[in-house]
Ligand binder design. Structure first.
Ligand code: BEZ
Ligand code: FE
Length: 291
């Protein structure tokens, strides 16, 4: 189309979708909405050309920063509340199942496989508090989920995940556990401390532009999976941590807050955290049961 105007440019772009190459319904839906909202945003703020060029430069720098250790676009999505929004849309809670929350950028595949009750601690820190974490994984009817895989990861008392800290051993404070025949899991870890998400470079620029702080409350990450159930990506938050009410990535849910209690005298750890999870059946299993 020639001679687009302020009044016709949005329809011109939408009308061009699929004209010179096949696109499916989902591509059409996504691109129609993207163009509508993006043009709406540009009109709303009357974006200047200098601001457009600054945004292009910003995105280019975010891309250049991204490597196998730093995923800048997940971080930017987290700061904007997009990951938590996508998570809530993808994992609606309709019954008593545990709530999910953001994965974040620090998960590593294939953590060390550890027996029930083992410790993820490979390095000790001054002032650390050790914690025995245990609980049950059940289905929505209260039946134990035996043989569920639990990946866990957390930051060290210096606020760093091991893959961002050259002074920590590989896979420190990470592990893969399995529930026993009663759906019980147990492990030893460190009390997680609040930490700032990376606030240098483009993530920091966005935080500052928004007048935000970078901090997250202390939390333990979990991915719980078992065939036939929806994988649960979630976190447990320390009830006594700072930042529970203004997490920089908007990911705290009341139902995911756990109390770290002093361990009974004679225990191997300083603290105990008991936390149970409820898995929901995978969609396919739910549909089969309904047939
Ligand atoms: C995290 O919890 O590891 C995390 C989540 C979102 C952004 C940065 C870190
Ligand atoms: Fe984290």
């Amino acid at each position: 189309m020639r001679n687009v105007t302020l009044d016709t440019v949005t329809d011109a772009v939408i009308g061009s979708l699929g004209k010179f190459g096949e696109i499916d319904d989902r591509q059409r839906e996504i691109m129609t909405s993207l163009v509508t909202h993006l043009h709406g945003f540009v009109r709303d703020v009357n974006l200047t050309h200098a601001e457009f060029l600054a945004a292009c430069d910003y995105l280019a720098r975010a891309g250049q920063l991204t490597n196998d250790k730093r995923q800048e676009f997940i971080l930017l999505g987290d700061i904007l509340g997009v990951e938590v929004l996508v998570d809530m849309l993808s994992n609606p809670v309709s019954g008593n199942e545990s709530e999910s929350t953001v994965l974040g950028p620090f998960y590593r595949e294939n953590p060390p496989v550890l027996p029930k009750g083992a410790s993820t601690i490979q390095k000790h820190f001054d002032g650390e508090e050790t914690v025995y974490v245990e609980g049950y994984i059940r289905d929505a009817d209260g039946n134990p989920v035996a043989g569920a895989t639990i990946d866990i990861w957390e930051d060290a008392p210096n606020g760093l995940y091991e893959n961002h800290d050259p002074d920590q051993p590989d896979f420190n404070l990470r592990g893969r556990f399995e529930t026993d025949e009663n759906g019980h899991y147990a492990l030893i870890a460190l009390r997680p401390v609040p930490y700032p998400i990376p606030e240098d470079e483009t993530a920091g620029e966005l935080l500052h532009y928004m007048g935000h702080h970078p901090n997250r409350p202390g939390h333990l990450h979990f991915i719980i999976s078992k065939d036939g159930y929806r994988p649960l990506i979630t976190q447990i938050y320390d009830a006594d941590s700072d930042w529970l009410d203004n997490d920089s990535v908007f990911a705290v849910k009341e139902s995911l807050i756990g109390k770290f209690e002093p361990a009974p005298a004679g225990s191997d750890t300083d603290l105990v955290l008991r936390f149970d999870f409820v898995l929901s059946e995978a969609q396919a299993a739910r549909m089969q049961a309904a047939e």
